[in-house]
Design a protein around this ligand. Sequence first.
Ligand code: NAD
Length: 463
Amino acid sequence: MATTRRKFLRTLGTSSSLLLAGLPALADQTQVQQLLSSVKVSANDKVRIALIGAGIIGHYDTETALKVPGVELVAVCDLYQGRLDRAREKWGKDIFVTRNYKEVLSRKDIDAVLVCTCDHWHDHITIDALKAGKHVYCEKPMVHHVDEGLAVVAAQKASGKVLEVGSQSASSVLFLEAAKYYKQGIIGDLAYAEAYTDRNSANGAWQYTIPSDASPKTIDWDMFLGDAPKVPFDPVRFFHWRNYKAYGTGVAGDLFVHNFTALHTVTGSKGPDTIYAAGALNYWKDGRDAYDIVSGIMRYPKTAEHNSFQFFTRVNLADGAGGGSGNRFIGTEGVIEVKWNSISIKHFKRPVAPGIGGYDSLESFPKAMQESLLAEYNARYSAEDKKAKQGDEIIFEAPKGYDSRLDHMINFFEAIRTNQPILEDASFGLRAAGPAILCNTSVEKNAAIHWDPVAMKVIPAKA
Ligand SMILES: NC(=O)c1ccc[n+]([C@@H]2O[C@H](COP(=O)([O-])OP(=O)(O)OC[C@H]3O[C@@H](n4cnc5c(N)ncnc54)[C@H](O)[C@@H]3O)[C@@H](O)[C@H]2O)c1
């Protein structure tokens, strides 16, 4: 099979080699997904932002937001003093810093906030920010518990402000290009999709470095606990919050959510109706109560956007096979595989003739019957009918160093400036977070969970 390599450039490529011989041309085949970051973005009107939650991803998100023309950082909020000191060291001593996010929200000179706190604070801060008239970029998963989601959706609608959830696959050229091919039917009907994340390091299992001065003086412990059960000060819980169900959503909420985002971006699906998962804590027995391996199986019902299909997803934090991640969309006539910085599409058409002989019942019939069945078959099907039509493998590569987070931020600020709807809004965010978090529920209940992906509600089990 030939291979066609293409870069994600703004130019148009050739189309002929991408098509299966004898098959109708696919619409819009030549238009390659644009890199938003290569398009001129308007710097008119300053958008002034504040970061709430200045931990690991807060730094990535802020630095990325500041690459978008016209974006200015005004304030940083965090509960650990060292992170406020670091913010001033990095972004200038004039930025306003505070441990209380309400002091950020009450400032008139802030248009938008990046909510990069631990999961159990997402809904509270997002809703308060929308009510205060701020646009919100809320890190994934949008909520800590599924039943918090509809309040966020309602707050976004009532505010008329932009809310983008920070799962950047929704703006990635890789998944958007995959979506174009999927929608053109190049892989036939989707039969199943699979996505995995495997890790093999302590940092990958969320045992991040704890600062040497962590104490109740340098950390606002009561604020951190928020709506979680009251427990004595514990720096491990504060800096390794993901490992505890009271503050995080475990590997399913934290990482499956990216896989749901990717799947829904490619297929246009609203979500599964049945969710089942198995989970265990096998390796990282460091006091955590969250699982380190979870496998989920989802049933997606037939809708206008897709056939009925199954979705398998897994996270293993103690992977002895080298780690890695991937997404595959497997249809009846091909597969789209999304890797770290590229996608590959393999596609074919089955022969018209069903085939005869080989691993078949033919050999078990009397000789004379075999001969007459073969003669009948050859009279019925031409040589062309007997051939499978194999398409060229299509490979797209994003430019080296491509950053989907930047495209995601560009979408956020463009939506603020143009007042246009955004793909990964609160409903999209809940439709990705909901089934991800419900995988934990399924493990805990050892039962399938039924979900209404349109209404975004759990369907209670019949008594
Ligand atoms: N989109 C992505 O690729 C991606 C990657 C990593 C993390 N995340 C998400 O980002 C969020 C943060 O993750 P992280 O790894 O940066 O965690 P982190 O522990 O490094 O940082 C979280 C920070 O939030 C602060 N915080 C907590 N509650 C607060 C409150 N009420 N007010 C102000 N600050 C508060 C803490 O002090 C801490 O510094 C999580 O929800 C995570 O799922 C997204």
